[in-house]
Design a protein around this ligand. Sequence first.
Ligand SMILES: C[S@@+](CC[C@H](N)C(=O)[O-])C[C@H]1O[C@@H](n2cnc3c(N)ncnc32)[C@H](O)[C@@H]1O
Length: 601
Amino acid sequence: MSGIIEIFESSIPCLSTIIELQEAVQREALAFSAETNKYLLYHTLKQVGASAAQRIVQKLVEQGEIEWDEDWEVEQILDCVVENGVDHYFIKWKGWSHKHNTWEPKENLGNCSALLDEFHAKNSGDAEQVRLWRKRKFSEIVDDEEDPLEAKRKRVDKIFKKLTSLKNKITPIQLVRLSSATTGKKPLYKGLISGKGKKIPKFLINYKLLNPKSKAYKEKKKEILAALKDWERELNSINTDPAPIDIENNVDLEGPPENFVYLNDYKPGEGIEIPDDPLVGCECEDCYSNKKSCCPSQCGAVFAYYKHKRVRVPRGTPIYECNKRCECGPDCPNRVVQQGRKFRVCIFRTANGRGWGVKAMQNIKQGSFVMEYVGEVITNEEAERRGKSYDASGRTYLFDLDYNDGDCPFTVDAAWYGNVSHFVNHSCDPNLEVFGVWINTLDPRLPRIALFARRDIEKGEELTFDYMMTGATYAQSPEAGGDVEVPVLQPMLIDKEDTVSETSDNQHGESEVSVSDSGDMPSLIEQCENVEEVDVKLKGKVDPESESNLVSIDVGRAKDFKEKEAGPPVLTKMKKSPRAPIDEYKIMCQCGAKNCRKYLF
Ligand SMILES: C[S@@+](CC[C@H](N)C(=O)[O-])C[C@H]1O[C@@H](n2cnc3c(N)ncnc32)[C@H](O)[C@@H]1O
């Protein structure tokens, strides 16, 4: 065994920075696996940012460490503002499309004096006007289409991809050393910039920060807690869910994550439109008593909730909620996910190296809606591209909206934009369960991803879901005494003549879910504009033995797990590159469950 497994066994203190980790690895005569190296490299590039990464690459070229056949040349200066007293210019980079244009402080444009002169000459009109023009705020000039964070991220990804494809492998520590040299920020280390074969320099580690009793640690901790409080305020000012979010770090000195933008809903990625006009709604006076004609039934699905709004269908069952065209009010039992997260949760620092996690701040009853998984909705091709760098970095936030035939037109990426669910960790014995939910967007390819309590959850318990939910095509219906198997239905793929109805009452006096013939029911899908795109082939009666009855929103690429072969997948997440041999991407699962599968993906 090598690499990360050995590092785990060496018990590096959790406060280790990248440098400390490398130092410890060298001291113990261990080596990072290629994957760990890649992970640290990507993380370091992200930390230093796109512009500094460019300068580091230039340094590496100057030092003869690498050959780089393209360099970053400013092609044109397009705009200028003064923000916090610093001139910032909007740059078009040579060889990079306008998508990659970025705002750069003047200090980053050291050798562009000719272009700067040219820009200022062109824009030297009325002095007062120029002054006002330069004083515009970033927020006034960055239009909605433009996403500077996205442009920078793309540049980091591109640099990372290129660096890892070079013959000469660059280590993260080289980047860290050069980063302090090029950014002019407080150096992270002291010593020579080592070439190959040279002695590793002595690092400037603030060992006091490793001792929680030291004054330095306590001061740093205070600083971090203040930053986390600010972050908590910021998240709660954006969060539109009825329940607030707490933030807690009683474990280490990690502050708020950089480059993470809080969102409440899906953010459509480039070229993606998320329709939100359902065209039709129900006219029920009381949707719960009118299950047979309410929205779910019109979509060939079952009414998914009990009166008190807890889910009563097994996982994988598509959920159709009442939508904005329906006549029912907000108290309708078929409006649950759309009303947002009602349970207070806390983003907390885990104590066993899993980074941040999320815990419940109040008891949650089985079947309750807990939160939605939101992020950028991107195409399959874009997900493939991003997936490669995420896989290499050992972290992924990609959730395939894959369904039925394994074809995955869209993926939700919560890496840069997301809500609390961004921080929810995996468990092989999770307490949350995933459902696809359709509300105002009835495009079958664009379900919302909702996480419901799989069992009663106690206040303080960490919230988890299974990143590789696979297999079980039948869920036990707890309401039916635990042993009754309930078929999981697939949206759009049931016979027009098979509609779903409720039959016997359960012990709580609420009806159970079953499938029966009930004649011709006009399908909501048939009324949708995109009906041509939906596979509405008649499939015969819903057959509980048949895979084709299943909603399968696929784990995507974690193909190598035996469990996956055991049965068709259900709404699940976390992409891995199909081309990557699984050996390269083994990440130890730290969920601690008895039935732990050992590897995350
Ligand atoms: C969706 S993120 C969860 C939030 C993450 N812990 C953070 O700090 O941002 C997924 C990543 O968290 C880590 N993770 C989640 N569950 C884990 C587990 N059971 N064991 C080890 N690492 C885990 C892995 O790095 C994984 O790629």
